[in-house]
Write a protein that binds this ligand. Structure first.
Ligand code: MEV
Length: 303
């Protein structure tokens, strides 16, 4: 899943947000679970500026090259107090980028752990969290810390800004992760959500409050093994996300195809505007998968 670093190597997992994305940026709670796909990096000594390469993404940057990833890498190194030269991070990602599955936080968490492991320096969870947030801030502007928490812990969590994580124990039902076939841009959708809230503060605040309630409902439903209740919470969450303008045609279509085929609930997951949807198939998994494939959508993971 995640965690641990040995001799300069580290792996961190991606995440699936079950409920509460975007609202969590504005102080509500969110429920997220780790996924087994992740990013693994090795930190090696190499002369020159600090470098980062992730082969499947064609990502190859060095500190100071002017790219956003290089700026994020330098912020992470600065936050950890490690030098921006003489080291290289290289590895593999099983996570598609810009998919709502927490690839940037997983990259930052793996990089932070690999660096401290290679250099043999002490960094507690709070220092690692700050380093991942420094990296995320470059890409997202205002990250809530939810993605960083899951990438670093590898545990299901109810997260609320400024509060200690509430770890979720007990079995979770199976979810499908369905790709919309288009990349999402979290910076854009976070800004769009905030703009909608600013333009319609009364209705926006009421919907934020409702999303917060839905997250608690979802957590209760997980605890009681009430899949139908969990599915209802997911689908209502999707209606609010759509009102805030962070869904799109493909994500809406995935949700309606899945529900018509018998899924208990469905919504976009992560930043939206593209990326993936999370579907709770319940007992009709095969039917739901078939209907989604027929409509042209790929189920990229069972969680
Ligand atoms: C992105 O994975 C989740 C958002 O809620 C942003 C955040 O929590 O920082 C959209």
């Amino acid at each position: 899943m995640s965690l641990g670093a040995k001799e300069g190597r580290a792996k961190a997992c991606g995440k699936l947000i079950i409920a509460g994305e975007h609202a969590v940026v504005h102080g509500s709670s969110a429920l997220a679970v780790p996924i087994s796909r992740g990013i693994e990096l090795e930190c090696m000594e190499r002369p020159g500026p600090l470098g980062l390469s992730v082969a499947p993404w064609d990502l190859e940057v060095v500190a100071g090259d002017g790219s956003l990833a290089a700026v994020a890498l330098a912020s992470l190194a600065q936050s950890l107090g490690v030098p921006c030269e003489g080291l290289f991070l290289g590895g593999e990602s099983q996570l598609p980028p810009r998919s709502g599955l927490g690839s940037s936080a997983a990259l930052a968490a793996a990089a932070a752990r690999a660096l401290v492991s290679r250099l043999g320096i002490e960094a507690d969870e709070a220092a690692l969290f700050e380093a991942v947030q420094a990296f995320e801030r470059v890409f997202h502007g205002n990250p809530s810390g939810l993605d960083a928490t899951v990438a670093l812990s590898g545990r299901p969590v109810v997260f609320r800004r400024g509060q200690a994580p509430r770890w979720v124990l007990g079995p979770l039902p199976g979810f499908l992760v369905v790709s919309s076939g288009r990349p999402g841009d979290t910076r854009e959708t976070v800004a769009a959500f905030a703009a909608r809230l600013a333009a319609q503060p009364k209705e926006g605040s009421a919907r934020l409050k409702r999303i917060d309630e839905l997250v608690e409902r979802a957590v209760d439903a997980v605890g009681r093994g009430d899949e139908a209740g969990l599915g209802e919470a997911l689908s209502e969450n999707q209606e609010h996300l759509a009102w805030f303008g962070v869904s799109n045609f493909a994500l809406d279509e995935i949700c309606s195809v899945a529900r018509q085929a018998g899924a208990l609930g469905a919504k976009l997951t992560g930043g939206g505007g593209g990326g993936c949807a999370v579907v709770l198939p319940g007992p009709n998994e095969q039917q739901v998968k078939k209907a989604l494939e027929k409509a042209g959508y790929e189920v990229i993971a069972d969680v």
